[in-house]
Ligand binder design. Structure first.
Ligand code: CAA
Length: 240
C-alpha cells in the first residue's frame, strides 16, 4: 500500500509544488485548501490529486477532515504543515485580529493537524511531520511580528515533537524557506521586494520546487535519522 500524505495549503504556491513532488515520489496525496475553490478545482484537474477544503485553524475541522481522508485514502503517514497567511504591518498598526489570524493559521494549525494524526502514527510506529517555517522565523522581519513569531514557534514545536516521536519512529522536522516566487511574496510592495532580492546572494527568488525537493527528502523512510532539524533554503540570504 502506498503511503498517504496530507499537505495543508497544498493547492497553491509552495504547497502545490510539495503535493506534486510527493505524488511523483509515489505517495497518495491529499491536498488541503481553505478558500480558493477555483484554484483547487484547477489543481485537481491538472494533477489528479484529491483536494479537501477546511480551515486548519479550526481544531474540530482538522479532526473531522483527517478522519475523512483516512476513510477515503488510508491512514496518514506523512503530514506537511504548510498552510500559511500574512497580515504584514508594523506593530504600531497591527490589530489584535491581524495577530490572531496569523497565529491561528500559521502556528495553532501545527497543533491542530498534528494532534489529528499523531496517535495513529504512534500506533503504527511510523510517521513524518514536516512543518514549513520561514527565514523570517529565524531572523525576524520588519512588518511581521505576528508571522515571525508563528514561524519561530513552528521550529520550537518540531524540536519538542521530535523528542516525543523518536521512540515511535516518527520524525519531526522544519524547513525554513527564504523568499520564493509565490503570490504571497509577490504581494510585498515592489520596491521593498527589489531590496530584499538584492540581499539574496544567489540573486533571485527561490522556486517552489526547490522547497518541495527537501520535503520529499524528509518524507522518505531513508530519512529516519533526521529529526528535530531545521533545513534552511534561502539562497544564502540568512546563514544559520
Ligand atoms: N527597520 C525598522 N523599522 C522600519 C524599517 C527598518 N529597516 N523600515 C521601515 N520601518 C518602519 C518605520 O519605522 C515605520 O514604523 P511605524 O509603523 O511603527 O511608524 C514603518 O516601518 C513605516 O513604513 P512604511 O510607511 O514604509 O510602510 P508601510 O507601513 O506601508 O509598510 C511594511 C511597512 C508592511 C513592513 C512593508 O514595508 C512590507 O510589506 N515589508 C515587507 C515585509 C515582508 O518581507 N514580508 C514577507 C512576506 S512573504 C513571506 O512572509 C514568505 C516568507 O516566509 C519569506
Amino acid at each position: 500500500m502506498t503511503k498517504v500524505a496530507i499537505v495543508t495549503g497544498g493547492t497553491r504556491g509552495i504547497g502545490a509544488a510539495i503535493s506534486i513532488g510527493l505524488k511523483e515520489a509515489g505517495y497518495t496525496v491529499a491536498a488541503n485548501y481553505a478558500g480558493n475553490d477555483e484554484a483547487a478545482t484547477r489543481f485537481k484537474e491538472e494533477t489528479g490529486i484529491a483536494v479537501y477544503k477546511w480551515n486548519v485553524g479550526d481544531y474540530d475541522a482538522c479532526q473531522a477532515s483527517v478522519a475523512k481522508i483516512t476513510a477515503d485514502l488510508g491512514p496518514v503517514d506523512i503530514l506537511v504543515n504548510n498552510a500559511g497567511i500574512t497580515r504584514d504591518t508594523t506593530l504600531s498598526k497591527m490589530t489584535k485580529e491581524m495577530w490572531d489570524a496569523v497565529i491561528e493559521t500559521n502556528l495553532t494549525s501545527n497543533f491542530n493537524m498534528t494532534k489529528a494524526v499523531w496517535d495513529g502514527m504512534k500506533e503504527r510506529r511510523y510517521g513524518r511531520v514536516i512543518c514549513i517555517s520561514s527565514i523570517n522565523g529565524q531572523k525576524g522581519q520588519v512588518g511581521q511580528t505576528n508571522y515571525s513569531a508563528a514561524k519561530a514557534g513552528a521550529i520550537g514545536f518540531i524540536k519538542a515533537l521530535a523528542q516525543e516521536g523518536a521512540r515511535y519512529n516518527i520524525t519531526a522536522n522544519a524547513i525554513a524557506p527564504g523568499y520564493v516566487g509565490t503570490d504571497m511574496v509577490r504581494a510585498v510592495p515592489e520596491k521593498v521586494l527589489e531590496k530584499i532580492v538584492g540581499q539574496i546572494p544567489v540573486g533571485r527568488l527561490g522556486e517552489p520546487e526547490e522547497i518541495a525537493r527537501a520535503v520529499v527528502f524528509l518524507a522518505a523512510e531513508e530519512a529516519g535519522f533526521v529529526t528535530g532539524s531545521t533545513l534552511t533554503i534561502n539562497g544564502g540570504q540568512y546563514i544559520t
